[in-house]
Design a protein around this ligand. Sequence first.
Ligand code: GLU
Length: 401
Amino acid sequence: MLSAVHSLIDSVGQRLDIPQAVIDQLKAFNKEHAFDITLDNGKSFKAYRMQHNNKRGPYKGGIRYHPDVNLDEVQALATLMSLKTAAVNIPMGGGKGGIAVNPRELNEAELEELSRKYVRHLQPHIGSEKDVPAPDVNTDSKIIDWMVDEFGKLSGAADVASFTGKNIANGGSAGRTAATGRGGVIALAELLRLMGKSDENFTFAVQGFGNVGSYFGTVAEVTNPNWQLVGASDSQAGIQREAGLNATELQEFKADRGRFKDYMSDDTQIISNEDLLGMDVDILVLAGLEDSLTAQNMKNVRAKYIVEMANGPITSEAYDYLTAAGKVILPDVVANAGGVIVSYLEWLQNKNDEHWSEDKVNKQLTDLMEKAVQDMYEAAQQDKTDLKQAAFAMAIKRLTA
Ligand code: GLU
C-alpha cells in the first residue's frame, strides 16, 4: 500500500517540477514506533505509531485495531494523513497508529489493558503539541477515554487536547462521531454542485455500513433527500432494495449487532459484497477497508461516481482503469477528511476551554470541506488531471512550500 501512495507522490511531484530530493524528504518518516504489547494473561500483539510529518502542526491520525494491521499499512495511512490535513488546509501533521488485534476476541478488561499499555509505551511522544491520536477502524470514544485517562496519570496532568474523538463528557466535540460520514456527504454535494448536478436524483450504495458508512447514509437522508440509498453491506454480506432503504433504521440494526446476512424485510434481497460493488447505482460509497476495488473486480463497477470514504479503497491499477472509463472518483484525502477536520475543531475547543454547539461545529466543517472541494475541483480543471492528482498536488505544494 505504501508503494502505491509513494508512486502517486512521485508522479505528482514530477508534474509540479519539485526536486526529487524534496519529494524523497516528504516521503520519509520523522519517527517510527513499532513494539509489542503483552497482556497480563500472556497474549501478545504488534503495535505501531508512525509519526510521518509535523511541518504544519502536531502529528494527527487515528489508531486502528484490526488483525490485518501491519507496518506497510500504518506507514501508508500515516502518509495519507499528512496529505489529508494539508489538502483540507488544517494546521495539523500526519501520523497513524494501529494494533494487530481482532478486538472482538478480547473481553472488555483485556481491551482496556491493551489500550492503556499502548499509551504507556508511547507517552513521551504524545501530547497536544506533539502527536494527537484519534479513533479509526474498530476504535471509539470509550477506547480514547481510557487512553486520555492513562496519559493523564502518566504525565501527572490532564491534557485533554492530547487525543480527539473523546466522549462529550470528557471533552469530546459535538458532531465528532458523525463527522467523517457528514463530511463525505458535504464533499459529494459540493462536487455535484460544481458539476451542475445538484438537482438530479441519484441512487447510491454504501459498502461498509459501519461508523463512517452509516452516518453517510443517515446524514444524506436529511440533507440530500434526492439521493436514494438502495444498497448497503457489512464485512459478510450486503442487502439491496430497489424501492429504497432507510439508513436510520439500518444504523439501529447494526448498533444492535445485526448482520446483513440475517436481515429480513419486504422486497429486500441479500447479496454478496461483490454484488454490492457492481450494483446498478449512480453513486458507490466505499466505506470499508483499503483495496476493495482491484484489478479483479474493477470491470464490474457500474456507478458513475465513486466516493472513497475509506482510506485507499481503490488500488492504483483499478483507479487508473476507472478514471479512464469516465468514472468520477472523489478521493479519500478530501472525501473522508471530515473526521480529522472535526478532530481539529475538538482540539481547538479543548485548548481554548470552549464547548461549541453541534450547529457551530457542522458549520465550520461545511466551510472547510466545501473550500477544499472547490480548490481541488479548480486545480483539476486547470491542470486537466483527475481529482486525486489535484488533491495530492494541493497537499504536496503546501507540504513542500
Ligand atoms: N481516523 C480518521 C482518519 O483516518 C480520523 C483521524 C483523526 O481524527 O485524527 O482520518
